[in-house]
Design a protein around this ligand. Structure first.
Ligand code: NAD
Length: 473
């Protein structure tokens, strides 16, 4: 299937989810149309020299909703990118931001390349040229549109984007807030690298903590002891797997670009990463069974399946063979609307992408705030808090006659630094968004699953914004 057709199918899937949720609300039709439609798309081509020849590269930036500014969303480098895919991803960003109360509209960008085909120098030129195109059309800026990393991009690309923007806007004091996901030295924030995977973990842990829901699936309460399979060990997949294993879940299967592996008694994640670095592949890892096709990993019997690579991975074709009880959508759009129907009938619980992978944009929001305030979180209060706890502990010691050990005192008498505050802010965000979404699911009889609940949550919040502007009474 062509990339454009895949993109169209993905957008149709997102729109179907929206329509289902819209029917469970009582907002007027015109307002729902305004919330659903993509506000603007910039599609462009530019040439890049490669050796002695030139390649013409396709690029896009879609701003789905201007109900709040700036708009926000990642930039992906992928041969599968298409205009419809970018619009679909931008659409999901609008809803995602609303669900986790991040005050941005949704956006997404893409460059249709496979980064593997280019040298670092060429990638830098492509990224800087793409950024210049965005600057020319006012599709980037701390108050307008703030990109971030996505599939195939990371802090390196974000640094090139920030540097290019600064070259054009050196006079803007908040210019660094034009992009997030930067390295710390470039104005980034501690905790951003792992944010999406960490948020995925917080979301899964919250879902697994609810007795009523686990009982229905025939599972014990808690993440501890649950088996899981992951597709994609990139930024999101690696950190999701890392936090889940650190909290007692057992990784038993992995799908990566080069193949799939299964090891029922547990895969040591760090050893697997080291093995892949050394050999270039996960296949052949210590005691694991190599699967015939990488996609076969999705069909391993497990408690939780975490697709963390790309969209359209679980379709009506393979959905009947999925044996997981919970699917945690760490990637964007990994389950198609047709597949969802089949999985629902099988009783699978799907924790939707619009909620579960919102950790990235949440911490991007914190990074943007840091860039606007020009101060590291925790810098002003850390020592003061530590001193206050120290004084309280001294009173407790005096009154009880018990002297605390050095370790006991150090564990209580400490002020929060930037990483503590980011982790705490993200944990709070993921827990309250899950509870709110579940509440909608439980209380609205027209809402049939968590995804529809998440969309209803988002639609209500965007609608409120238009109501308050007086555009729709
Ligand atoms: P990434 O490029 O770091 O990692 C993707 C990984 O998937 C790579 O290791 C790649 O080799 C692997 N992969 C590609 N095709 C595969 C296939 N068919 N089977 C198995 N593995 C395959 O990208 P990422 O940033 O981790 O993003 C992954 C997904 O998460 C995307 O859907 C993205 O939109 C979504 N997401 C990312 C963020 C973020 O902060 N990075 C935030 C929200 C959502």
């Amino acid at each position: 299937m062509s990339a454009e057709q895949e993109g169209r199918d993905f957008l149709a899937s997102v729109d179907r989810y929206f329509d289902k949720a819209a029917a469970a609300t009582s907002h007027p039709e015109g307002l729902l149309k305004q919330i659903k439609i993509c506000n603007s798309v910039y599609s462009f081509q530019f040439p890049i020299r490669k050796g002695d020849s030139y390649r013409v590269i396709n690029g896009w930036r879609a701003e789905h909703s201007h109900h709040k500014l700036p708009v926000k969303g990642g930039i992906r480098y992928s041969m599968h990118a298409s205009e419809s895919e970018v619009i679909a991803l931008a659409t999901l960003m609008t809803y995602k931001c609303a669900i986790v109360d991040v005050p941005f509209g949704g956006a997404k960008g893409a460059i249709q390349i496979s980064p593997r085909d280019f040298t670092v120098d060429e990638l830098e030129r492509i990224t800087r040229r793409y950024t210049t195109e965005l600057i020319r059309k006012n599709f980037i800026g701390p108050a307008v549109d703030v990109p971030a990393p996505d599939y195939g991009t990371g802090p390196r690309e974000m640094a090139w984007i920030a540097d290019t923007y600064l070259a054009f806007h050196g006079e803007q004091i908040d210019a660094l807030g034009c992009v997030t996901g930067k390295s710390i030295a470039q104005g980034g924030i501690r905790g951003r690298t792992e944010a999406t995977g960490l948020g995925t973990f917080y979301g899964l842990r919250e879902a697994c903590s609810i007795e009523e829901d686990m009982k229905k699936l025939g599972l014990e309460v808690g993440l501890d002891g649950k088996t899981f399979v992951i597709q994609g060990l990139g930024n999101v997949g690696y950190y999701a797997a890392k936090f889940c294993t650190e909290h007692g879940a057992k990784l038993i299967g992995v799908a990566e670009y080069e193949g799939g592996i299964h090891k029922q008694d547990g895969i040591d994640l760090e050893a697997l990463m080291a093995f892949r670095k050394e050999t270039g592949s996960i296949v052949g890892f210590d005691g694991s069974t190599a699967l015939e096709k990488r996609e076969d990993a999705l069909e391993i019997e497990c408690d939780i399946l975490i697709p963390a690579a790309l969209e359209n991975q679980i379709t009506k074709e393979n959905a009947p063979r999925i044996k997981a009880k919970i699917i945690g959508e760490a990637a964007n759009g990994p389950v198609t609307a047709d597949a969802e129907q089949i999985l629902e009938e099988k009783g699978v619980m799907i924790i939707p992408d619009v909620y579960l992978n919102a950790g990235g944009v949440t911490v991007s929001y914190f990074e943007w705030l840091k860039n606007l305030s020009h101060v590291r979180f925790g810098r002003m209060g850390k020592r003061f808090e530590q001193g206050a706890y120290d004084r309280i502990l001294s009173i407790v010691e005096r009154e009880t006659g018990r002297t605390l050990t050095k370790e006991e005192r150090a564990s209580v008498a400490r002020g929060a630094d930037e990483a503590d505050l980011v982790y705490s802010g993200l944990e709070e965000t993921m827990i309250s968004a899950y509870q709110h979404t579940r509440e909608i699911f439980k209380s609205n009889p027209k809402v049939e699953n968590l995804r529809t609940a998440a969309f209803v949550n988002a639609i209500d919040k965007v609608a409120l914004c238009y109501h308050e502007l007086g555009i729709f009474p």
